[in-house]
Design a binder for this molecule. Structure first.
Ligand code: JFZ
Length: 481
């Protein structure tokens, strides 16, 4: 019954269990959580109080900036004169670009307009509390300065600068937190790196260039793990988050355990549920959607794009409105999650103006209403979120959740915040209040002028002025006991 899960590297860890790893089950792109793995992760051993302390800043933050930036910003969605379908950072895979041709892009990468100060200031002005940037995406190109592997922005480009270091310095100066996205499993330019089948971006894996063939464990030992070590130790207080992605079946529990051994050396680190090998990580990561009820009992973060791509595509102008983005933030906060909203800088390092504009508009609202977002608890109500349809079905054939887009709610110890998306005529009526309401005012009203509160049995009525302060969302504050 001796299994290789007790390899020397693994056994060196203090907290080692040798339960037989159940094989990771792949369902679509999600790897099912297995109950046992060869190396105990911090989540398996910490007390609830330790966990609350570790997750505290992240839970309060509610809003972060995702940055997808790399060589794919050069083709920007076009290869050999043809527009390539799909998300921009997948262009090498979608267009089956040979490894040598893709690697050659590095010689042209000179993003002299990149300005770490401005990007951190932009995140701040949007009300974001942390940034997560692609240190290495599936294309294998490192946006930092690793000794492990020369295919990186400092060694292989005329730019010769390390934007991750520059961001780390600025984040320190401006009081922003910084995390790194690292594609630990797919690496399309390293021999042995996994590659999802193109078109649907799902398993099984395949290669389109013989230069990709090789052994996955060797790739992990020679490139991914050494690079992650460098990322974890060379950037001062950062990263506070490691954002893994797209695990395949290649990431066995034993191999993932080697990564966990490394992560365990950084006890404050937060990492997501996409490592693979059966590790559940700290956070659920719904992508491009907001789960109807959040994930009760789990921390979660919805990551979303502003248009239809993560990495820059020159012709994707399908931007969501500020109203949609802001209401997403509120909706997510009301369900106890975080919103990780993406920007995709271009090949010069410029952030698209449409993205800057929207972030600044969101930030304007937050400047007035931050109290209703940061550090709040989820809604005490159920019905305002909507109802399950008795007739309509969703993509998985489950009853469809129909949201009632008229208000959301967030909670503080002695306050209930009501974010009103449509303005009720003169009066806000609550059929049933979860707490006794002792007073009310509009958050945008600096004087906190009291609004008339009338108790109606188990419910309550709040008299409102004739027009909303902000047509996207006006926050009504209920003082409660
Ligand atoms: C992944 C990446 O492939 C993509 O390029 C981007 O970085 C995004 C944030 O993450 O894409 C995924 C990952 C997981 C799912 C879908 C797309 N999923 O779980 O449904």
């Amino acid at each position: 019954m001796i299994r290789n899960c007790c390899s020397a590297a693994v056994a060196a860890v203090l907290l080692t269990t040798c339960a037989l790893p159940s094989p990771a089950q792949i369902e679509g792109e999600r790897i099912a959580i297995s109950s046992s793995h060869p190396v105990a992760a911090i989540q398996d051993t910490e007390t609830p109080a330790q966990r609350d302390a570790r997750m505290g800043w992240w839970r309060d933050a509610r809003f972060g900036m995702f940055i997808h930036w790399g060589l794919y910003s050069i083709p920007a969605g076009t290869w050999n004169g043809k527009d390539i379908n799909g998300i921009g950072e997948w262009i090498m895979n979608s267009a089956s670009i040979p490894v040598a041709d893709y690697k050659a892009l590095a010689k042209q990468f000179n993003p002299t307009a990149f300005n770490a100060h401005d990007i951190v200031a932009l995140a701040k002005s949007a009300g974001m509390k942390y940034i997560v940037i692609t240190a290495k995406h599936h294309d294998g190109f490192a946006m930092f300065d690793p000794k492990a592997d020369p295919f990186n922005i400092v060694a292989a480009t005329p730019f010769h600068r390390d934007p991750i270091r520059e961001l780390a310095v600025e984040c320190n100066k401006q009081g922003m937190k910084l995390g790194f996205y690292y594609s630990q499993d797919q690496d399309w330019t390293a021999p042995g790196g996994a590659a999802y089948k193109k078109d649907d971006h799902k398993p099984p894996t395949f290669h389109w260039d013989a230069a990709q063939d090789g052994d996955f464990a060797t790739y992990l030992h020679n490139k991914a793990i050494p690079q992650m070590k460098e990322l974890l130790t060379n950037y001062g207080d950062f990263p506070v988050v490691i954002w893994f992605d797209t695990p395949t079946k290649d990431m066995s529990p034993a191999l993932a355990g080697e990564i966990v051994t490394l992560l365990n050396q950084h006890p404050n680190l937060i990492w997501n549920n996409r490592l693979g090998g059966g590790y559940k990580g700290d956070t659920e990561t719904p992508e491009q959607f907001i789960p109807a009820q959040g994930y009760p009992g789990r921390d979660w973060e919805a990551c979303m794009t502003m248009n239809d791509t993560w990495g820059y595509k020159s012709y994707d102008t399908n931007f969501k409105s500020t109203q949609t983005l802001l209401r997403n933030l509120i909706d997510i906060a009301s369900k106890g999650g975080n919103y990780l909203l993406n920007i995709g800088p271009d090949s010069k390092g410029n952030v698209p103006p449409a993205e800057i504009e929207r972030l600044q508009e969101v930030g304007k609202w937050i400047a007035t209403n931050s109290e209703a977002i940061y550090g709040t608890k989820p809604t005490l109500f159920g019905s305002e979120a909507g109802a399950v349809s008795s007739t309509e079905k969703d993509k998985q054939g489950k009853p469809k959740f129909i949201p009632a887009w008229n208000w959301r709610s967030t909670t503080a110890v002695d306050k209930i915040y009501i974010e009103l998306f449509t303005w009720p005529d003169g009066n806000f009526h609550l059929e049933k209040s979860p707490r006794t309401v002792t007073g009310a005012y509009l958050l945008a009203d600096k004087a906190h002028n009291p609004l008339k509160v009338t108790q109606t049995g188990s419910g309550v009525d709040i008299a409102l002025p004739s027009a909303p302060v902000d047509p996207i969302a006006t926050v009504l504050v209920l003082n409660t006991k």
